[in-house]
Ligand binder design. Structure first.
Ligand SMILES: [Zn+2]
Length: 405
């Protein structure tokens, strides 16, 4: 059997950090050094983290530091900036934040955005080949927007980006597929499945999915229609929209550990060993504009134990989803998309009833779908209303999938 190529992340880390070899020891040494540099800088400038110790003796001591939360990013992000306002190239801001009502803001320098593009280039390099065409179904919102950063990575790999964005109708996507013949897709998982179910088996060959949780039934259905395994990516705004990439072993997502230190903690905030599920906590020592120490992401996953079959010793994250509270959209999606005729659906919880609007190919049994969802709706009643899909329909969610309330 041919040996698997090592994750492209190893070569990227070696180049960025000037290393001959990327193993656990060197990675952890770099992490501790960067963390101590950050702590010393914060102390010297009287920054947001000035109350923390000036240095740590070991990475294990990280667990003695307090957490940073979403409220801090909403209320104090400007004070957390480690660069001058003039060096900020992009600011990302949420419309609202659940707890404070204030927008959560994250800042990036040119160096941060270059690191993002380089991680995308490493991740996409596993499935994009020179001369190919890649359809990008993330929003294009200006020069340093997500779509443009991905397009730049595609160009660096010698392929052509097809910049479609996330808001076209199924008919418009199908037209673009027929006209431009892209071989690769980059976008959200359910959006990929909807497209494949509308456009048919073989309409695309390979895909990198990101930006939302990826339920098991969605992965299996996408892979059957593509005829190849998916390359999931994980990123969040706090880590520059670029965090962890899948290698050809398809055994979890390799984390960019020269920039991000990951911990998994339980509900009480106690660190858990590899293999156990909990909340992902990140310390972004490689971010120039807005490094965070022990930021609670609200994302739920685990670190896969041991080295990857590809030989890389960088940490790998398992599938990531939001921390569940009440009915969980990922569990609902997992049950719903097992129905082959389902193109998309949207959930609204109102008056104790989970209302489901479904777009179908016409061969979906509404009652069977409702019954299946009732089993995973956390005790809520379920009512399904379905309509056949038309070419002018588009995704029922503009962004991440959720239960509307
Ligand atoms: Zn690997």
């Amino acid at each position: 059997m041919k040996a698997l190529p090592r994750s492209r992340l190893d070569a990227l880390i070696a180049e960025q950090e000037g290393l001959a070899r990327v193993d656990r020891k060197t990675i952890e040494a770099i992490q501790l050094e960067k963390l101590n540099r950050l702590l010393a800088r914060e102390k010297a400038r009287g920054g947001f983290y000035r109350g923390l110790p000036e240095r740590l003796d070991s990475l294990a001591d990280l667990s003695t530091l307090p957490f940073t939360g979403e409220e801090d990013l909403a209320r104090r992000a400007a004070g957390m900036l480690l660069c001058s306002q003039g060096e900020v190239r992009r600011v990302l801001s949420d419309a609202t934040s659940g707890t404070t009502g204030t927008a959560k803001r994250v800042f990036y320098t040119e160096g941060d955005l270059e690191n993002t593009v380089r991680l995308y280039t490493a991740g996409l390099g596993e499935l994009i080949f020179p001369g190919g065409v890649t359809m990008i179904c993330f929003p294009f919102s200006g020069p340093f927007g997500l779509g443009e950063l991905i397009a730049e990575a595609v160009r660096r790999l010698g392929a052509r980006p097809l910049k479609l964005g996330s808001a076209l109708s199924y008919g418009e996507y199908r037209e673009a597929l027929e006209r431009e013949r892209p071989d690769t897709f980059v976008g959200m998982p359910v959006q990929l499945l909807s497209l494949l179910r509308v456009c048919g088996r073989g309409s695309l060959q390979r895909a990198l999915v990101s930006g939302d949780a990826c339920p098991g039934s969605v992965i299996r259905a996408c892979e059957a229609l593509l005829g190849s395994q998916l390359f999931p990516h994980y990123g969040s705004r706090e880590m520059g929209m670029a965090g962890a990439i899948t290698c050809r072993a398809h055994a979890g997502m390799h984390l960019r550990e020269n920039h991000v230190i990951a911990e998994i903690v339980d509900e009480r905030g106690v660190p858990l060993p590899p293999g156990e599920y909990g909340e992902l906590v990140i310390t972004t020592v490689g971010m120039e504009a807005l490094p965070l120490i022990r930021y609670r992401t609200g994302d739920y996953t685990r670190i896969l134990p041991g080295p990857c079959p590809c030989g890389s010793e960088t940490l790998r994250l398992d599938t990531v989803r939001r921390r569940p509270s009440g009915p969980d959209v990922t569990v609902l999606d997992d049950a719903a998309f097992a129905f082959e005729g389902l193109i998309d659906c949207r959930y609204t919880l109102s008056g104790g009833i989970l209302q489901v609007e479904a777009l179908t190919r016409g061969d979906t049994d509404e009652a069977a779908l409702a019954q299946r969802l009732r089993g995973v709706s956390d005790g809520h009643g379920v009512s399904v209303r379905s309509a056949p899909v038309h070419s002018e329909d588009r995704s029922l969610y503009a962004g991440k999938r959720c239960i509307l309330r």
